[in-house]
Write a protein that binds this ligand. Structure first.
Ligand code: URA
Length: 243
């Protein structure tokens, strides 16, 4: 998968999330880093990151070419890498990740919350976002008005919007009432798609939370605004996703 056979020690350490390049250079110069058992004080020292054993401040470090974070996006934050006016999902990154070139895989609306994957793995993002892959996305929504069989059938058939007709989607009714709670799974990711689907049926979405993206499920222990690295199991389920 990886073509990297030589890497500078400072880059290696920064990639593991130990800190910025400046911070890890300090650590290296202080004599706290060994490569294959020998202390290295030169940050530009180059070696094969796949083969060497690197120990920093007593702990062995694992080489990672790419990074994968699950964010529970809070409402009010935009799914972009920069914006002059609004807080972006990258503004929420803990300091150890700020120097990496992470970006969100797809978008959630500013007022939508929930599962958003952040990565620096362009090939994986491309794969997950390809319309051909039909990656399922699952949402919980609070909808104004009663939602019933009529809406369920419309979702299953596909809904004609101004510019396209949606693929068959699943609508599960969790609680029908003057405001209804529903679970939706769509295999596309068009702009405002869920809101537009309900709007076309004369209903408005009051709140939207993404709880599933491909094989990933939103970690219920992640409060809004928090993120964590994917587990090894989550990562392999993503890497194997309909290759
Ligand atoms: N559908 C929407 O309408 N908004 C989102 O953020 C995601 C899906």
């Amino acid at each position: 998968m990886s073509a990297v056979t030589r890497m500078r020690l400072d880059k290696f350490l920064a990639n593991t999330g130990l800190g910025s390049r400046a911070q890890v250079r300090k650590l290296i110069r202080s004599g706290q880093v060994t490569v294959d058992g020998a202390t290295v004080k030169d940050p530009s020292f180059a070696f094969n990151p796949h083969r060497a054993i690197v120990i920093a401040a007593g702990a062995e470090l694992e080489y990672r070419e790419h990074h994968y974070l699950m964010l529970n996006k809070p409402p009010g934050v935009i799914s972009a890498t920069e914006d002059r006016l609004h807080t972006t999902v990258l503004d929420l990154l803990p300091p150890a990740y700020r120097h990496l070139k992470l970006f969100p895989v797809g978008r959630l609306d500013r007022d939508t919350q929930g599962l958003l994957l952040l990565t620096d793995d362009g090939a994986m993002a491309h794969n997950l976002l390809s319309p051909k892959k039909r990656v399922p996305k699952t949402y919980l929504a609070l909808v104004q008005g009663w939602v019933g069989k009529k809406e369920q059938e419309a979702f299953a058939r596909g809904i004609a919007l101004r510019d396209f007709t949606t693929l068959p989607a699943r609508l599960e009714i969790l609680e029908a009432g003057p405001q209804s709670r529903v679970k939706i799974t769509i295999c596309e990711g068009k702009f405002h798609q869920v809101k537009r689907m309900f709007h076309a049926l004369g209903k408005e979405v009051l709140a939207l939370t993404r709880i599933g993206f491909g094989p990933l499920a939103l970690d219920e222990n992640l409060p809004p605004g928090a993120m964590r690295e994917l587990t090894a199991r989550e990562l392999s389920s993503l890497l194997e996703w309909r290759q």
